[in-house]
Design a protein around this ligand. Structure first.
Ligand SMILES: [Zn+2]
Length: 401
């Protein structure tokens, strides 16, 4: 008798291999037949207790398992139905290697889950010749086990931001644990109700532990944070402030362009990104163009200097100095006597408490801001992406490292 054996490839307990066959249909396939090992008392798949009596035998299940070499592998598993005293009814016997309702083995499911971390659902489905829906469901089941429960214990500092899910509107609000970089929660839209839904899952004690929150100057969020966690310090994120001022620069640039004569229009043309980008990222020719713009137009020149000075406000860790710097900035901006600029000054004034707070809590939302690329990749991986729960779980997973 040959000592060659395939049983080592199937280290499943309480079953025996009785037959193996390899055949070729469209693809090379293996069929492994398994029967219960009679030395063991069958267990109830629901509660795990030992069966009192066997109710009926010779039931068959076909399960897909990991491939062997180039061959797809199918298990034909014989199992019994049992009488379970504990459940008080007829139950299917438990298999050590597959869940009762699944058509794949646990180890194949785990492999699918691991592949889904780096591949799209479609690619995994194609690679393993499985239905994309099956792949997605396997992935989602594992994700739910790992990320399905929202843990709001021991949170001290939060970062809240929104991400654009589809071009145009459709936003999702993301709440991150600033200290660990993990996504705690995601909800649709970015309004008051969205944050209410988040705070609803927190206990009083959990809410009390929040010291500070980094976010954008976005009224619905500010309002709800003040309402639900009044003790928490609000810190307005630096990059959002810069971005918001960038819009002002662009608005004024358009005004200046309209006012300019034809010759000056030639200089101002194409200056949008020169004014908004960081100078160190500009090519030499762009730098020269920018210099010409700033030399030509004193309003844009002042705005450009102001853009740089915004950084100073966020530079200091002394509250008084931050306040002074902010005052100086607003005074300088006010000299422009421009309605769009004045509106921005008012916005800063109204929210200055959350800018001064940055001196004590130098935090922001830029980790989330940088997430948009990651999220694009997840959208692709997440197959269509009509399932918001699945999408949320994928995002949580991507930020858990
Ligand atoms: Zn039972």
């Amino acid at each position: 008798m040959s000592s060659l054996s395939i049983s080592n490839y199937f280290p499943f307990s309480r079953v025996k291999i009785t037959e193996q066959s390899v055949y070729r249909e469209e693809k090379l396939s293996s069929l492994i037949k398994l029967v219960p090992d009679k030395r063991y008392v069958p267990l109830c798949h629901e509660c795990g207790s030992e069966a009192t009596t066997v109710h009926s035998k010779d039931h068959l299940r076909i399960l897909r398992d990991l491939n062997i070499a180039d061959s797809q592998t199918w298990l034909q598993v014989e199992y019994r139905k049992i009488w379970c005293e504990n459940c008080g009814g007829v139950r299917v016997e438990q298999l050590s290697f597959a869940d009762a309702s699944k058509r794949v083995t646990q180890r194949l499911a785990r492999y699918v889950y691991d592949l889904c971390k780096v591949m799209t659902v479609q690619d995994v489905a194609e690679h393993l010749d499985l239905d994309p829906k099956t792949v997605k469901n396997i992935d989602k089941t594992f994700l739910e086990q790992e990320y399905g429960v929202t843990d709001c214990d021991n949170l001290r500092i939060l970062a809240i931001d929104e991400i654009a899910v589809r071009k145009g509107h459709n936003y999702m609000t993301v709440v991150m644990d600033y200290m660990t970089g993990k996504i705690i929660w995601m909800g649709e839209n970015r309004d008051k109700e969205t944050l209410d839904a988040f705070f609803r899952i927190m206990t009083k004690k959990q809410k009390k532990s929040i010291e500070a929150v980094a976010m954008d100057m976005w009224e619905p969020f500010i309002n709800r944070v003040k309402h639900h966690i009044p003790q928490a310090k609000i810190v307005f994120d630096f990059f959002h402030v810069v971005q918001s001022f960038g819009k002002v620069i662009d608005e004024v640039r358009k005004q200046e362009y309209e006012k300019a004569n034809n010759q000056d229009k030639q200089v101002l043309k194409g200056s949008k990104y020169l004014l908004l980008m960081n100078e160190e990222n500009l090519k030499d020719s762009q730098k020269e163009h920018l210099e010409n713009v700033l030399e030509l137009n004193s309003t844009l020149n002042t705005l450009y200097v102001l853009k740089d000075h915004l950084k100073l406000i966020y530079f200091y860790s002394d509250r008084d100095i931050v306040k002074q710097t902010l005052d100086q900035w607003c005074d300088m901006a006010a000299t422009l006597k421009n309605a769009a600029v004045d509106k921005f000054i008012n916005k800063l004034r109204k929210h200055q408490y959350g800018i001064i707070e940055h001196a004590d809590y130098p935090i922001g939302t830029s980790i989330l801001e940088g997430a948009n690329n990651k999220i694009k990749v997840i959208k692709r991986k997440a197959y269509g992406f009509h399932d918001m729960d699945y999408f949320t779980l994928k995002v949580k997973q991507a930020f858990d490292n």
